[in-house]
Design a protein around this ligand. Structure first.
Ligand code: FAD
Length: 468
């Protein structure tokens, strides 16, 4: 028999959307129940997403930076990599953060129920866990059940050499040859890790280019670098067949640039996108509209078509990013608490933490063209940045897009070391309605990579045109 629990707000899923919503709701005086099927809080992001991948990417960057030092006259030996210790360190980072979340939940007197949640009525959810069964009665619910890795049909799932991003983050050993199917952010980040660790990497992307949602200009520096380092970077290429061959997998390719013969790989990562978990929580049974992909549409107050049931994060739409989820979590919690809050972010910045990093926000040039928005643009190449040159990494660029009439910033795209950090200045500028002049007339420290944002603005205004 289930234990009955009552609350003001039930939150389903404890990822960055769910825990942020639960904390904010509790801080605003709500009695909160947080339901999570995994034994720890943090969701995909903390456990098998943003955080473990960035821990490994940091290690990868150190290895490739050290290799680059050979050009500066400093040589180190071949790195000795202990995957067990590397994994332990990565897991330590994750544990620290998930442990911190549990403490924050306890401090707020949030009831955390570990089990699978399914809607049982418009104000009821059944939770089935290892340590008990609960029926939770709620006034309001926030669905934050996230997304899962998409699969390709017909592949031999279950074979040890076939992994999704979670398997790739496990890093049991370093394969000799690795195939990454999917040239989006997640696939390229993992490719970057395994390349630095010594694997021979092949990337196969079905569409015309890598990271399709990013501004094309900023993808080029990444493409240039990985083309030199990887075994192959194949676009417009589809993997049509994947067959078992003992411990290895044999891939057959199709497309313009595709290898004509099937190739053998020790590890194959499928990173072809993520599917929202909307269809697996019983939401449709209580009248919540779930679309054919599994997304749950919401209004600007994060309400679904059933007004006391809200949805946030990956499950309610693109972009599937942690900071979008947590922003929406705050909106939902505040709306429930009666505050006059709604979603009004002007943009959600995106970053691929590859080497070089690719970061963009606001309009891309492709979107501006497609939507017929009159714009102007300027590009500052990092080969003219003193800071980038002193770092031995002139392979970057900073690009700004602005409104022709008002001069207001419309978008920015940056490629290069630390691009993800640099982007925040442009995101703030967009939110503040800054014109190009505001950026150009802001004194930036010299020499710094952040200067490239100012230089791009000055080029746009024509005030440093003589430099080129
Ligand atoms: P999730 O984090 O997916 O959390 C949902 C939670 O709900 C999960 O814990 C799940 O167990 C739980 N749940 C689902 N159904 C039920 C149920 N029925 N009952 C109980 N619990 C349930 N984003 C970034 O912004 N930056 C990055 O650098 C980044 N890197 C990534 C790297 C990888 C490898 C991956 C896979 C993703 C990455 N992402 C990154 C995306 C990011 O992880 C997601 O956008 C984010 O986690 C979404 O948060 P969420 O709260 O919507 O859902």
């Amino acid at each position: 028999n289930p234990t009955f629990v009552e609350c003001d707000t039930l939150v389903l899923g404890a990822g960055p959307g769910g825990y942020t919503a639960a904390f904010r709701a509790a801080d605003l005086g709500q009695k909160v129940v947080l339901v999570e099927r995994y034994p720890v809080l943090g969701g995909v992001c903390l456990n098998v997403g943003c955080i473990p991948s960035k821990a490994l990417l940091h290690a990868a960057k150190v290895i490739s930076d050290v290799q680059e030092m050979a050009h500066h006259g400093i040589r180190y030996g071949k790195p000795e990599i202990d995957p067990v210790q590397l994994n332990r360190w990565k897991q330590g980072v994750v544990d620290k953060l998930t442990g911190g979340l549990s403490a924050l939940a306890r401090a707020r007197k949030i009831t955390v129920l570990h089990g699978i949640g399914q809607f049982a009525g418009t104000h009821e959810m059944d939770v089935t866990g290892k340590n008990g069964q609960w029926r939770v009665q709620f006034k309001n619910a926030i669905i934050a059940a996230g997304s899962s890795a998409a699969k390709l049909p017909g592949f031999p799932y279950g074979h040890a050499a076939l992994v999704d991003s979670t398997g790739a983050l496990q890093l049991d050993s370093i394969p000799e040859k690795m195939l990454v199917i999917g040239g989006g952010i997640i696939g390229l980040e993992m490719a970057c890790v395994y390349d630095a660790l010594g694997a021979k990497v092949t990337v196969a992307e079905f569409s015309d280019g890598l990271i399709p949602s990013a501004d094309r200009d900023v993808v080029l520096p990444l493409l240039d670098r990985i083309k030199k380092r990887y075994e192959a970077v194949l676009v417009r290429t589809r993997v049509t067949k994947l067959e078992e061959d003992g411990k290895r997998l044999i891939a057959t390719f199709d497309g313009n640039n595709a290898p004509s013969e099937p190739l053998a790989f020790d590890l194959v990562l499928v990173a072809v996108g993520r599917r929202p978990n909307g269809a697996s929580i019983g939401a449709d049974r209580v009248g919540v509209f779930v679309d054919e992909h599994g997304f749950i549409p919401v209004n600007r107050r994060q309400q679904t078509n059933v007004p006391h049931i809200y949805a946030i994060g990956d499950i309610c739409g693109e972009p599937m990013l942690a900071h979008k989820a947590s922003y929406e979590g705050k909106v939902a919690a505040e709306v429930i608490a009666g505050l006059k809050t709604e979603y009004d972010a002007m943009t959600v910045p995106s970053v691929a933490y590859t080497d070089p990093e690719i970061a963009w926000m606001g309009l891309t040039e492709e979107q501006a063209v497609k939507q017929g928005i009159p714009y102007e643009k300027s590009v500052f190449p990092w080969s003219a940045s003193g800071r980038a040159l002193t770092m031995g990494r002139p392979d970057g660029l900073t690009k700004l897009l602005w409104d022709k009439k008002t001069g207001r910033l419309l978008g920015a795209a940056i490629a290069g070391t630390g691009a993800g950090e640099l982007l925040s200045e442009t995101t703030l500028a967009l939110e503040m309605g800054c014109a190009l002049e505001d950026i150009a007339l802001t004194v930036h420290p010299h020499p710094s990579l952040s200067e490239t944002v100012m230089f791009a603005a000055e080029i746009g205004l024509g005030t440093i045109a003589d430099l080129y």
